[in-house]
Structure formats: structure tokens, C-alpha cells
Write a protein that binds this ligand. Sequence first.
Ligand code: 76R
Length: 282
Amino acid sequence: MNRPPHTGQPVEVSLSPAEGGWHCSHLYYSWNRDVLASLPAEQIATGRADVIEALSPDAADAPLRVQTSIVSGHKADFGLMLMDPDPLKVDRIHQRLMAGKLGRAIVPGYSFVSMTEISEYVPTVEQFGQKLLEEGETEDSPTFATKVKGYADRLVMMNRQRLTPDLPEWPSTCFYPMNKKRKVGENWFLLSKEERNALMSEHARSGMAFAGKVSQLISVGLGLDDWEWGVTLWAANPEFLKDIVYRMRFDEASARYAEFGPFLVSYICTAEAMLDHCAIKA
Ligand code: 76R
């Protein structure tokens, strides 16, 4: 990329998040059946190959994460979740889809652009130790040191997973954008850090009750898109998606302060399986 001209202090120019995180796009598309019906059979056959190639997670220039899914309901026919340190690598998938032989039949629907990050509410090792002391542990007990060390080790893994996530193998996924309210009397951003910490800690506890059933990724849309956060959930069974979202409605952080955008539920598959499912055939 060309470096933009700048004046004053030289600044480091880079498109990759400085914290080591990734750009993340959630993209949703539908098929235009009128256009499909007008295409000659060989164009559909080569077009299918174009889509499969564009969405191949193994292609040399593919973003580091490429996930295709079949969307339930009328909001879209298929969805993509793409992640890479380079936002243009992510965007290129969209352009390749549109430039392929089926491009005219693919209708972009909803998109959400965000980045991975480590939330400011993840307890530090010190805060974790402090909490243990408040819960009755003593600093000289052998369990205290073991628990603190255990958390410090887990934290390294958890931070890596937040910034550069491995996508779970589970088949059901759900995405929705959300804001924290800024209303007179109910303004998340005017709460003290202590108040927000307490609410987020209640939130995290109810999330952890779903360990082994639901996995989540919170990506940030602040400054990048219309909503502040993107919530991606993966579940071993779609029923768990409803269960966790219902449960969290009762957390004060959600009940009082959360606002939600559209929900998109989908089922992860290969590009080929998505094309078959959508009956894209010559
Ligand atoms: O990152 C961590 O796992 C530490 C604890 C934690 C944080 C900091 C956590 C845990 N979340 C955090 C931050 Mn969450 N989360 C949501 C939603 O539908 C709703 O009501 C809200 C949407 C779900 C379903 C969910 C699930 N979380 C956040 C933030 C960022 C706030 C900020 O930075 O200002 C948002 C917007 C948010 C929303 N959360 C968990 C879960 C689950 C399942 C967990 C447990 C994680 C685990 O066990 O791995």
C-alpha cells in the first residue's frame, strides 16, 4: 500500500492492530434467483468454482480465519466470518465473491466490521489474587499461590484466544451487534470503573455457567461500524444459543444497559455444502 502523505511528526503507518489482534468482518449475502435463472449452465458451474475458491480457508492468500455458514430465515442465505491482521485481505474476499461468475447473483445484505481485543474488564493477575483474599484465602496458604499461578497461565491462553481466536468446531453460530446504553439515568459510560467492573463480573459469571456448551467472541465495532460490539456465539446445539442469551437478559449489565441489533443464526459448513444447500446448480 502507498503510504499517505503526512506532515508534522512521523507516525508509524500500519493497518494491523497494534495489540496483535485481528480485523474481523461478518458479512451476510442472499441469492438473486432471477439473475441465477438467467445464467447459462456453464456460468453457474464456473461460478460455483469461483465461490469455492474465494471462500477456501486453505488458499495461499486467504485471511487467517474464514468461516462460511448457512443462515436461517429471510435476513440472508449465507454468512461469512473473516479475520486477519490485514483489513484488505479480509475485504478482498467480498470483492472476489462479487467479481466471480456468480457475482451478479449475490446480493450483499448485512455487514459488521470490527476488531478483536482484550476487554478492559478481564481481571489482571493482581485483581484475581485480591479477589481470592476477599473470599477468605490467605497469602501464605499453599492453595493461594497455586490458584494465582493457575490463573496467570490461563490468562496467557485466554488473551491469545481473544486476540487471535481459534474458531470452535461447533456447528451452530449466532451473531448480533450491541451497544451499551447512553440514556439519561442509564448511561453505561458515566458509571464508575468499579460499578462497570462489578456488572461485568456478574456477566462473566453467568457466561461461565455455559462453559463446554457455548463459546463466545466479543469484537469491537467502536469507531468502525454502527454498533459498539459484535457478539459471536458458537454452540454445540442451537438451543444453547437461546438459553445463554435468555439467561444474560437478567444480568444487570444486559437488563439495564444493553441494546441489541439484528440477530443472525447460522450453521457452519464448507462453501460447497452452502452452495448445495442453497440449490445453486447448473
Ligand atoms: O473475556 C472473558 O471471558 C472474561 C469475562 C468476560 C468479559 C470481559 C465475558 C465473559 N464477557 C466479557 C465482555 Mn461477554 N458476552 C456478551 C454477550 O446477549 C447479551 O446479553 C450480551 C451479549 C454474550 C452472550 C456474552 C457471553 N461481553 C463482554 C463485552 C465487552 C464489554 C466491554 O469491553 O466494554 C460485551 C459487549 C459482552 C457481551 N461473556 C463471557 C459471554 C460468555 C459466554 C462469557 C464466559 C466466557 C468463557 O467462559 O469463556
